[in-house]
Design a protein around this ligand. Sequence first.
Ligand code: FES
Length: 110
Amino acid sequence: MAWYKVADAFDLSKPFIRKVSAGGKSICLVNADKVYAVSSKCPHAGADLSGGWCKNGKLICPFHRYAYDLETGKGAPGQNDFINVYSVEIKDDGVYVQVTSWLERLTGKK
Ligand code: FES
């Protein structure tokens, strides 16, 4: 697992959704009640979730309005899908996201 800096230190007082990349992954950085990092591609039909919006702790896809929990990535009941979630750390110099490689996931090594 590696930590990647995805943004410089910035104003976290305003909500935002930004598309960033880390470790070869395309990620949505979401500042709602806290900062979340989730995959940016909607599993339903591939929409860019960074064009969506947040509602009640969920990220809403702009295409067909599927909803994904920002904490767990789990889709709303009936969707039977999920998005990946990544650990986030806020440091003085910026925002970091932890990404696990496919080999680490396959082997279970950390
Ligand atoms: S592409 Fe996201 S809900 Fe359909």
